[in-house]
Design a protein around this ligand. Sequence first.
Ligand code: ATP
Ligand code: MG
Length: 567
Amino acid sequence: MTETNHAEASEQRGLNFVEEIVVDDLKAGKNDGRLQTRFPPEPNGYLHIGHAKAICMDFGIAEKYGGTCNLRLDDTNPIKEDTEYVEAIKEDIQWLGFKWGNIYHASDYFQQLWDFAIRLIKEGKAYVDEQTSEQIAEQKGTPTQPGTPSPFRDRPIEENLALFEKMNSGEAEEGSMVLRAKLDMANPNMHFRDPIIYRIINKEHHRTGSKWKAYPMYDFAHGQSDYFEGVTHSICTLEFVPHRPLYDHFIDELKEGKDLEDHRPRQIEFNRLNLTYTVMSKRKLLALVKEGLVNGWDDPRMPTLCGFRRRGYSPEAIRKFIDMIGYTKFDALNDFAMLEAAVREDLNARAIRVSAVLNPVKLVITNYPEGQTEELETVNNPENAEDGTHTITFSRELWIEREDFMEVAPKKYFRLTPGNEVRLKSAYIVKCTGCKKDGQGNVTEVYCEYDPESKSGMPGSDRKVKGTLHWVSCGHCLPAEVRLYDRLFSVENPGADERDFRELLNPDSLKVLKDCYVEEFAATKKPLDYLQFQRIGYFTMDKDSTDGHLVFNRTASLKDTWSKKNK
Ligand code: ATP
Ligand code: MG
């Protein structure tokens, strides 16, 4: 079956094409019926939502079919790696709800890989090249033109062994020489044109210290690590398709040509996750952090898992989204709005409803006795009765949204305007009687009268009025800072744009509102509790929040106002 047919057939069975392969292999009794996968991040940055797609596949498929998924830290380049990232990676995987079998490190195989390289040199299958990287690149040829052999290609084995030792001892300078596999300078697959398999890096490794100076390249480490661990299905992204023959080649060498179909990891590739209005490259994300263009890896505008977590996304919503987009063999750009839709759907079911006023103006209920207060009961979550209720205090002076009053209103304005009636959520129906303005004509207070017979829940109180407004009591609320987040980039596909990605940042991606009020109950919540500010959107308390200075992040607006705004 061709791959496309295969993908179509699996869809009919409700399985994605990777599952289909795994199921077939298990049925055929391959690998003694074992299923072992790995998630192999390089600890050179924080995990982003693209990694979540790989995590859901690697861990998810093992979980579903009774296998194991290990966490392998692909730490073969000490220049960019750090233990800070290792810890963050573990936290994020657990947050998504997955458990690894073992934790492995590619650096644990440095000795085995070194020994393997020595063997290849001794068998005349690898050589030390002392040309510059530019010279080596020039000799690679093109897909239609064969490459030119290096003048060092046929140097004596003893010389290669001695130089390879020097690469690792510190005697040879960084960049002065590399070890290359002697394969085929005319192979149509460019990866076979004597790939570099070791280079010198003079930097302490976060796990092996200064023991090694010669470090294996990805292509010489990844497949072998899979093989050493007993991985059965090595699932990765499409850019590794052209590497697959090399992956197989080194494993065949390692097995010395024996039992080639036996216990051999199989590489399977799926499409990367790309999201509109953001970037997924760790290099670019690191630059945003280092250059202070965002406030750290967990800035709620970042596509990192810690950023989404801080913003108030739930792990379930992210997994739901990954499920929705699925796994295919074709690269695509996924719509950020689809992720937000998954987040809204999830939060609608779980968020606790509270009242907050972001742009306050005072509402005075002139016929409500001064000094009187009432405790009103309000539902925590209409989607889930088990979430219960809490009380909110009502009084003569309330904060309402400035947008909820207009002195002269258009016809279909169902909020406060003189003569009009609205319900105050969980409280009374009030009728607007007017307002007070300052010298510049700005409204400073809105006036109304309440109907004592209209208290929510009272018999006969359900007289129809068109609008319901949220409010907080001036004497029973807390000041808060509210951070509104929008798309990080102002173009749909910043990765494909010719301009520098820094020029494409959305200047309005963060708006800070300093003079907001939240009901007291909201302050009893913790960072990561899921909240809905009624009529406004989904919010969560930020980690910067203190008792004296509450800070909330907007997770998502209630509706997708964004796609309309931009079309
Ligand atoms: P970068 O090239 O930006 O450094 P990477 O892809 O090399 O990122 P790794 O840490 O090597 O990052 O990735 C670990 C695993 O996550 C790999 O198997 C990789 O294929 C997968 N992965 C990374 N980015 C995505 C993505 N956008 N969509 C799906 N899987 C991804
Ligand atoms: Mg990588």
